[in-house]
Design a protein around this ligand. Structure first.
Ligand code: ADP
Ligand code: ZN
Ligand code: ZN
Length: 728
């Protein structure tokens, strides 16, 4: 009797594939990985079902090449979640399973050993340490001394000696150290006692504890600095005490060093960390520690939502409004929304936390689906920062900074405190412009200006990978009068260095934190509490707790005030409030200066008058009146092609296929995308709209099946985005 397994193979086809099992091989359980031949290549897939019969003719049926797991790698619940997500987001099942696994486990390489990676001294290393001729006080010596007390885990070293990796390389090259495996994840920083929770925090923790063991979604709406993280930590401590696991999602890698340390210090338990800044091996090790139940706390970015939790107790999504929870290409899932699904399936409480909750979550509170937990005051002695609009019309500016802003910065530094200058634009200048003829450097593939990066001495497109050398003269008129126009963080850093030559200035953006070493150095630097100016993009808007930061200057918000995206107002409000929230988080009061040419804009007025709640309330009312999400369901069909006619032909045909329209569903377009050309492709889209999720979900599968059959589909790249967060 043939034995058949149905496998999710990582290919863009919306189905499973049957494979036979050679005699002698035992049947792999659902959730085990197998290696199978597919289109002339070997692929790693996940077994989702078994059968004794296949539709495929026996001579066509290929055998499984190798069974990679003896025990299922994925739990039934994760499998069900992924199957649901594949249907809901209309994405090929094999690719959905691929996205859920760390890269190392998508290959047929060995699953990492139990335990964690670490380093130990060799005999030569011990000799070197004992040698009186060894130069003391160097980083290398510090690392030697640390290891002299015994081997240390990499994760432990991350905490104790930032930037240790380059010293470790030197040690290894000299034969003084070697890699090793250490048991468990039991690393712990010097423990730090928790502050006594205030009444609101205590109430929030109790509300969650009371619902242990059942699905109970909460929105933790707490102003910046109100102690949300303390609430998470206390709730997690409860979960650990009951022997269960907690999954904590954070938006971005920029958040993790400080958050990680705080979690380790406070919980002192096995914490698995998952983010894209780790090596493949580190990720796989952490993932497995969680999936095996060894790690009690899983702290990770978006894709950590797929980690199996054999012993679940709580799910937390910090900064739940953050757009980075939505995957923007390939399998376009929303990690926050999947967190709700998983919490329900696992029967655990869910805490969505933010100082600036998404309108989606606020609507869920209004509708009675989520319980609201509120932290209305800053924790400890910290007071809310004062927000001040600075009208910069007709004011003299030095590279975008008003003279009065510069004066405020000088005063703050003189008091020995720290300043954050926010500019959500990296690079030196957004445009390189010819003063003689008006030419400007453009990305030919995107029809957008190239950003000038002086540090890297390149022109770079922020929308595609295009790069160019900086021309010495104008390519149109040969004039040498080329001038950078506008300011990015690099240029603001430059002007601040000229103005404040003796002040330490740190720039935090995607360029300065690209390398692991650069990132380590910057975060190490941020720990120092002396006077300093930070210049940064939204990377600095989130999560960092800088107790000595008392002034925030926000520049460049004006573009955001007049965007076509219906979410722009919500985003800008969140960004301003989050950036502002970095100020005055400890004893000293904070001030926020918002530079604008539009001091009377309703969004800014609402923020000043009533803070984020007032703004969110009015935006939500607008959305309801206009029938926009969360009061409507959207999906986008995007198409791009080299020639404009191909994508519009495809979308026209797609529109025709949809007729007669399913009840409750309407389609708008084809419309050019907000960015009509990118990386040489013409882009347009159809917007599918409905009042109910059920109607869109009933409509999409049959329609997409038809689209796959269209001839015109072969000449375009197309994709479906369910619940799009970016409208372009
Ligand atoms: P949030 O996550 O809401 O921004 P945090 O949890 O980071 O806030 O807390 C902000 C600051 O207030 C931190 O330095 C934290 O240690 C401190 N803090 C939080 N709760 C308390 C409390 N109950 N008593 C004293 N300090 C607190
Ligand atoms: Zn010119
Ligand atoms: Zn480009």
């Amino acid at each position: 009797m043939p034995r058949i397994v149905r496998v999710a193979v990582p290919v863009p086809l919306p189905r499973l594939f049957d494979y036979s099992l050679d005699p002698g091989l035992s049947m792999p359980a659902t959730g085990c990985r197998v290696r199978v031949p597919f289109a002339g290549r070997e692929r790693v897939g996940v077994v989702l079902a078994s059968d004794d019969h296949s539709e495929i003719a026996p001579d066509q049926l290929k055998p499984v090449s190798l069974i990679l797991d003896r025990q299922p790698l994925l739990t039934e619940e994760v499998i069900a979640t992924l199957e649901w997500a594949s249907r809901y987001y209309q994405h090929a099942i094999g690719e959905v399973f691929e996205a859920a696994l760390p890269a190392l486990l998508r290959s047929s390489r060995q699953v990492p050993q139990a335990g964690v990676a670490g380093i130990a001294l060799t005999v030569d290393g011990r000799t070197a340490l004992a040698d009186p001729a060894l130069r003391r006080g160097t980083r290398i010596c510090t690392l030697l001394e640390l290891l002299g007390d015994g081997p240390l885990a990499d994760v432990d070293l991350d905490q104790r000696l930032p930037g240790w990796r380059s010293s470790a390389r030197t040690l290894r090259e000299r034969g003084w150290s070697e890699e090793c495996r250490l048991p468990g994840l039991n690393v712990r920083d010097e423990p730090v006692a928790a502050p006594a929770l205030n009444a609101e925090q205590q109430a929030a923790v109790s509300s969650v504890a009371e619902r242990a063991g059942e699905f109970a979604p909460f929105l933790l709406d707490g102003v910046t600095g109100s102690g949300k993280t303390e609430v998470y930590l206390a709730a997690i401590a409860d979960v650990i005490r009951s022997g269960k696991q907690a999954l904590v999602l954070v938006p971005e890698i920029a958040l993790t060093p400080q958050t990680t340390r705080r979690f380790r210090q406070r919980l002192g338990f096995d914490i698995a960390i998952l983010h894209s800044g780790l090596s493949e091996r580190e990720r796989a090790t952490a993932w497995l520690a969680a999936a095996r139940g060894e790690a009690r706390v899983v702290l990770g970015t978006r894709s950590a939502i797929f980690v199996p939790l054999p012993n679940p107790g709580l799910i937390i999504v910090d900064e739940e409004h953050d757009a980075s929870y939505k995957q923007q290409d390939g399998f376009r899932y929303h990690a926050r929304d999947l967190a709700v699904l998983r919490a329900r399936a696992l029967k655990v409480p869910l805490m969505l936390g933010s100082a600036t909750p998404s309108l989606e979550s606020l609507a869920n509170v209004e509708a009675g689906r989520y319980s609201l937990l509120r932290l209305s005051r800053r924790a400890g002695v910290a007071r809310p920062p004062s927000l001040q609009i600075m009208d910069i019309r007709r004011k003299r500016l030095d590279q975008g900074l008003a003279i009065s802003s510069l004066n405020a910065i000088a005063e703050c530094i003189a008091r020995g405190e720290q300043v954050l200058v926010f500019r959500n634009r990296r690079g030196y200048a957004p445009v390189l412009f010819c003063h003689a003829c008006g030419w400007s450097a453009q990305c030919e593939r995107c029809d957008r200006p190239l950003t000038l990066h002086l540090g890297a001495a390149r022109l770079r497109c922020h929308h595609c990978a295009a790069e160019a050398a900086i021309p010495k003269a104008c390519p149109e008129c040969s004039s040498p009068a080329l001038a950078p126009q506008g300011q990015g963080t690099e240029r603001i850093e430059e002007v601040l260095r000229q103005r404040f030559p003796n002040v330490s200035i740190v720039r935090v953006d995607r360029d300065s934190t690209r390398s692991r070493a650069g990132r380590d150095a910057i975060f190490e630097d941020l720990e120092v509490e002396g006077p300093r100016i930070l210049v940064g993009t939204q990377m600095l808007a989130k999560g960092h707790d800088l107790p000595n930061l008392t002034l925030v200057v926000v520049t460049g918000v004006d573009q955001g005030l007049y965007s076509v995206d219906f979410r722009a107002g919500e985003r800008l409000g969140q960004l301003i409030v989050q950036v502002a929230g970095r100020a005055g988080r400890a004893e000293r009061p904070g001030a926020v200066i918002l530079q604008t040419h539009h001091p009377d804009h309703p969004l800014l007025l609402a923020l000043i008058a009533g803070g984020y709640p007032a703004l969110a309330g009015s935006l939500l009312a607008e959305r309801r009146a206009a029938g926009l999400p969360p009061f409507a369901q959207f999906a986008l069909l995007r198409a791009e092609s080299r020639s404009p006619s191909d994508s519009s032909a495809f979308l026209q045909e797609a529109l025709k296929c949809a007729q007669p329209l399913a009840p409750g569903v309407s389609i708008h377009g084809p419309l050019p995308a907000p960015m009509p050309r990118r990386a040489g492709f013409q882009r347009s889209q159809l917007l599918i709209e409905s009042l109910t999720r059920a109607a869109v979900q009933a409509f999409l599968p049959g329609w997409i099946e038809q689209l796959r059959g269209l001839k015109s589909a072969r000449r375009v790249r197309w994709s479906i985005d369910v619940d799009p967060v970016e409208m372009g």
